[in-house]
Design a binder for this molecule. Structure first.
Ligand SMILES: Cc1ncc(COP(=O)(O)O)c(C=O)c1O
Length: 488
């Protein structure tokens, strides 16, 4: 047997770093199952030389998920579930099985929660926004670091005469300062409908806001949306312990495949207070044309417009089984160790003159955060390195990260200290592209760089990312031929 040892200086550096990492993070050793899966289920990453660090954008699927789904589709006949024929019933059984599996995964009591299938988390939020009984005197309240798909709820609120307000975040951690949320929650008008929305984990800063906020808000007369899209892929939201009224998720973010399916988990009592603005096929017991009759269905059926993705939804159950086999705790432990190491390594990078190479937006250590890290590289004089150049360097190394604002406008405004006064005065005029607007509001860049870890991340990935980051040490000017920024 030939034993081959490390051959290059880089290999040796990697092995030393890995040994130190393993010594510092003994819990990582308990996640060895994920190394096996990396070599089997996710082997394509290493075969193709990719470093994938955009799990908050989308998780990667295991090969066996796709194979199991393919087998299912190839070996059975499925019809539209709106019929009662045998192939239709076959679809219904699998859709209902998947619905039950989603509730089980979140420890949601089916007597208390409904699972409504939607196209994605955004679709789930839209269902809430268009049907929530906003009215004059009522409020929509959101933290600054919501995804734009949550921010968009303010349009529904304002259209019905309710007020929309934001709870500010404090830099540099991008958390809500103690005492501030309570002041905003205390503002609810008694007897009106008030909706508070926040992300369990910010898709910008990785901040994990306290789940205790749900009860604080309930006690003060608010319904609560907890956006779990960025939280659920690496942690289990336990709906037997916390009781938000509405929880949107996207399944591709949890296990990569299928895309195009999400869910709204909704408390039955909160759901009963929504008023859908229309009816459609699939949501009514009966409707007629001449008598103007509409008899709505109830529960999830009232909210699933038309035909659900009955061929795709069984893949949700397959994906959940995959997560259960791995264990959410295993995923959580793994990304905690890797993100802790990565944060320390990035923050330790220095230019020759001792100036930092990286500015992290959000918590600088692991406490109260998830494995989503937003930052910018800095030139030695402290200017932010253009994120389009970062894209170029990363692509040259086959590294996938996200750059820009991540559809999270508010967190970016705080991170880059863009004031309300600046934004109120700055029109986005006809013919302008995003670049013109950024210039007008004085943004130092088009956004940040986001690295996010997930089920298949290993130490080599984060180590390669830190090695790539050396390219930004002592960086002078960036090339002038970077592509224009057209949209955020
Ligand atoms: C926190 C958060 N909420 C909502 C969304 C919207 O998800 P989707 O685009 O799947 O609807 C995302 C997507 O990145 C997200 O990170």
């Amino acid at each position: 047997m030939t034993i081959t040892g490390p051959t290059t200086e880089a290999d040796l550096a990697f092995e030393d770093a890995e040994a130190a990492f393993l010594a510092d993070h003994p819990a990582y050793g308990e996640t060895a199952l994920l190394d096996e899966l990396r070599a089997t289920e996710y082997a394509r990453l290493d075969e193709l030389g990719h470093v994938y660090l955009d799990y908050t954008g989308g998780c990667l699927y295991a090969v066996s998920q796709v194979e199991e789904h393919r087998r299912l589709l190839c070996e059975a006949v499925f019809g539209n579930p709106h019929s009662v024929n045998p192939t239709s019933s076959g679809s219904t059984v699998l859709v209902e099985q998947a619905r039950a599996a989603v509730l089980r995964h979140l420890d949601a009591d089916p007597d208390e929660y409904e699972c409504i299938f939607t196209p994605n988390a955004t679709g789930a939020l839209r269902l809430v926004g268009e049907a929530y009984p906003f009215a004059p005197g009522g409020r929509f309240l959101a933290t600054f670091d919501n995804h734009n798909s949550v921010n968009g709820l303010r349009e529904f609120a304002r259209a019905k005469g309710a007020e929309a307000t934001y709870v500010p975040l404090a830099a540099p951690d991008l958390r809500v300062a103690p005492g501030v949320l309570e002041r905003y929650l205390d503002d609810a008008e008694p007897g009106t409908n008030n909706l508070f929305a926040y992300p369990a984990q910010s898709n910008f800063s990785g901040v994990r806001h306290p789940l205790e906020w749900i009860e604080w808000a309930h006690e003060r007369g608010w319904d609560v949306v907890v956006d779990a899209a960025a939280y659920a892929p690496t942690s289990r939201l336990d709906l037997s312990r916390v009781k938000p009224d509405f929880v949107p998720v996207s399944f591709y973010k949890l296990f990569g495949y299928p895309t195009g399916i999400g869910a709204l988990l909704a408390r039955r009592d909160a759901l009963a207070r929504l008023h859908r603005p229309w009816f459609s096929g699939g949501t009514v017991v009966a409707a007629n044309v001449q008598g103007d009759l509409v008899v709505p269905l109830s529960g999830h059926a009232l909210f699933e417009d038309g035909t659900v993705d009955y061929l795709g939804i069984p893949a949700v159950e397959i994906g959940l089984r995959h997560l259960e086999r791995v264990g959410m705790e295993t995923i959580g432990r793994r990304v905690q160790a890797l993100a802790t190491w990565l944060l320390e390594a990035l923050l330790a990078l220095r230019h020759s003159d001792g100036a930092p190479v990286v500015r992290v937006y959000g918590p600088q250590g692991w406490d109260g955060r998830g494995a989503t890290i937003a930052f910018n590289y800095l030139h030695p004089d402290g200017r932010v390195v253009d994120e389009r150049y970062v894209d170029r360097v990363a692509a040259a190394h086959r590294v996938s990260v996200r750059t820009g604002c991540f559809c999270n406008a508010g967190a970016g405004e705080i991170a880059f200290s863009v004031s309300r006064d600046t934004l109120i005065g700055a029109e986005f005029e006809d013919g302008m592209i995003l670049d013109d607007y950024l210039l007008r509001v004085g943004m130092p860049t088009g956004g940040a760089v986001r690295v996010s870890l997930g089920i298949a991340t290993n130490f080599r990935d984060v180590h390669r990312f830190v090695a790539l980051s050396q390219a930004f040490r002592d960086l002078g000017a960036v090339p002038s031929d970077l592509p224009p920024r057209l949209a955020c």
